[in-house]
Design a protein around this ligand. Sequence first.
Ligand code: MV4
Length: 448
Amino acid sequence: MFDKVLIANRGEIALRIQRACKELGIATVAVHSTADADAMHVRLADESVCIGPPAAAESYLNIPRLLAACEITGADAVHPGYGFLSENARFAEILETHNITFIGPTSEHIRTMGDKIAAKETAKRLGIPVVPGSDGAVKSDAAGLKVAKAMGFPVLVKAASGGGGRGMKVAKTAEELPMALATAKAEAKAAFGDDAVYIEKYLTKPRHIEVQVLGDGQGNAVHLGERDCSLQRRHQKVWEEAPSPALNETSRLKIGEIVANAMRKLKYRGAGTVEFLYEDGEFYFIEMNTRLQVEHPVTEAITGIDLVLEQIRVASGAKLMYSQEDITFSGHAIECRINAENARTFTPSPGQITYWHPPGGLGVRVDSGVYQGYRIPPYYDSLIGKLIVHGKSRDECMMRLKRALSEFVIDGIETTIPLFNDLIRQPDIANGLYDIHWLEKYLAKPTA
Ligand code: MV4
């Protein structure tokens, strides 16, 4: 096992990783920018290193500075958290050449899944159902038209280096396709320096359902069920829950087993998420995330498994502690992302938290990196906390969520809490009847 882990992140996830390290008896190193000198992750770490100015490119994303921090402190492993360098294959590679363990998958697996065309080909080869579409990159309008006509419109043009919805264009008809291809290519070139695009059948009203996996890189892997992350705004998740209100036991275990088998064949190491669109009872692979995700606590709530602790264990070379039969699912969990933003406009609201009273009680978890008196800097993501509620049934979970939201007091800044107070009162949300477009439609209504 590692003696000392450097956490290449900030905020609530840095605290989450520190907690797992502490339980394993591992010393922790925090890194921080000058804007984060007063941050909770710095206060709670055993050691800390200031790695640069506020701009992430010069601090949390700066590989030479992170290497220097490892060298100074003698850290033997790095946990990247989510965002920042968590899916940077080069970072994983560089750490390995310096004999520092990257707590995550191999650089090769990160690189494959980062290329959406290669990811889809890999998924297909491993027996995972994918969205019908072009065989790899589309090299010309004529080639694009041929595939699109064969599967029927509407189609979606996607960037190979994309993800998060950037460089995506819908073509409703053959006439619209050349423009969609050109625009997607231009956007992809500008955003990722790579203009490779591919075509998929456009699913008009799917849900976003993702399967959590855990592997040890030695051929053992388990699935930990799914999360429904359909409630999003501009590709930012707002609310995540497990299990998905749209699935039954049979379909859950079927897709879970397909994904777990694929990860066994791949010899995947660490935590990963296989993302699907789910429409009319069918699953369609879209992407795989090779990192711990923001919404991992809903899976922890229903399985009782500490995902971060398992990531650290398998990174140190240990075999997976669980076989699939050991994994049981219990009850229902919902996560609400608490952002320092206006709940209607989503305008960021940095500033000082003058009062902070998080909820508690049975089935309530709050993961946050802030405290009363803390000044939220304007330079980073606006996520300040996550409220995760667990209950025996979805109804009990909703009841607890309503109660927990009523206890939560955050003064001095605007937060997204009022949005959740509205959402829990919507019949569609109470009934679990929503797709990936539900939230944006709701927010566009004048009454919302
Ligand atoms: C799609 C799709 C419909 N059909 N692919 C958006 C981000 C990227 N990860 C994949 N995305 C989508 N891919 C096909 N073939 C619709 C979306 C999409 C979406 C997906 C999940 C959650 C929210 C979304 C919002 C808009 C579009």
